[in-house]
Design a protein around this ligand. Structure first.
Ligand SMILES: Nc1nc2c(ncn2[C@@H]2O[C@H](COP(=O)(O)OP(=O)(O)OP(=O)(O)O)[C@@H](O)[C@H]2O)c(=O)[nH]1
Ligand SMILES: [Mg+2]
Ligand SMILES: [Zn+2]
Length: 288
């Protein structure tokens, strides 16, 4: 009987498939036809498999991918959880905006998590929300006090997610708070040493007890934006599209009659977002 599952890990010619219904894992071979067609499953693939003996099976069919992220290579991602902090480490909004641009460029929904809010004043949190909550869903969390953990859990349920965010913002801590069974290593050093030792990191999807998967390798880790098309950049700041300019091909830099620049002056677009745009725009321009 064919059953449905998700590829949670892939090693040379074998895949670990986790059953959609039961969460059981099976070490699966590939049907010969895949090799002939040069098709290789990747982590995140939704497959039909057949159980052969207790924990082993065969992948019979790979469903069409709804998307495919390049690094780490993972299919069928529903959303990216972008984790940031304002203290310890102090993460500039520019860095957050860069992650958001990379996620938009992959046409994926982003959810912003502001973590370590136990270290922040109400005022700082409010100002952050004021900048982002009109554009993206924002969850205010503390992995330490467990603030916002249930909300985050709701959003992760039943979906394939990846996490992004600078080292030390608390990605692993959040996942441990959400699902203590995962027991992820917290606080860089040992994890980083491990990563340095292995040239290729094996990507694995972790399964939540309450349903849903998350990649254990942070996405967009090198923050490279050079592959983004200059003329597309303005559309990767979704709030800019609410305003129109005299010239339809306006890049919102120094053109006359620019609706976006006017919106920045009127505080309808946040200045920090616009400054991030200009800085990425210039970076891309110089790279050409
Ligand atoms: N005060 C406070 N500390 C936190 C919070 N979340 C995480 N930390 C601490 O921040 C440090 C880094 O947390 P990690 O979870 O390892 O961060 P990470 O994002 O997984 O980092 P990388 O794996 O290097 O990318 C640890 O010492 C955590 O205990 C929080 O909400 N509040
Ligand atoms: Mg970590
Ligand atoms: Zn404009």
């Amino acid at each position: 009987m064919r059953k449905k599952g998700v590829v949670v890990k892939f090693m040379s010619n074998m895949a670990i498939v986790q059953d959609f219904e039961t969460g059981e894992k099976f070490l699966c071979k590939l049907r010969g036809k895949f090799k002939e067609q040069k098709i290789r499953p990747i982590v995140g693939d939704i497959v039909e498999y057949r159980q052969i003996i207790s924990n082993e099976g065969v992948i019979e069919n790979i469903y069409n991918r709804k998307n495919e992220l390049p690094r780490p290579k993972i299919a069928n991602v529903d959303q990216v959880i972008v984790v940031t902090t304002l203290k310890s480490p102090e993460t500039p909004l520019k860095i957050l905006d860069r992650y958001l641009v990379l996620v938009e460029n992959e046409k994926l929904p982003a959810i912003i998590v502001l973590n370590k809010t136990d270290l922040l004043t109400e005022k700082k949190i409010t100002s952050f929300l004021d900048t982002y909550s009109g554009i993206y869903p924002v969850i205010v969390t503390s992995a330490k006090t467990k603030l916002g953990i249930d909300k985050l859990k709701e959003l992760l349920k039943g979906k394939i997610s990846t996490m992004a965010g600078m080292s030390g913002v608390g990605k692993s801590s959040l996942l441990n708070a959400i699902n203590p069974g995962l027991s992820l290593r917290v606080n860089g050093i040992s994890e980083k040493l491990d990563r340095g030792r292995h040239t290729t990191t094996v990507i694995e999807l972790l399964h939540f007890d309450f349903g849903g998967w998350i990649a254990d390798t942070p996405g967009f880790a090198n923050l490279d934006i050079s592959h983004i098309e200059l003329k597309k950049l303005k559309h990767l700041f979704p709030e800019f599209d609410n305003f129109s300019c005299l010239f339809p091909d306006c890049n919102h830099i120094d053109e006359p009659g620019c609706g976006v620049k006017k919106a920045v002056e009127e505080n309808k677009i946040k200045n920090s977002r616009y400054q991030s745009y200009v800085s990425i725009y210039k970076e891309l321009l110089e790279g050409k």
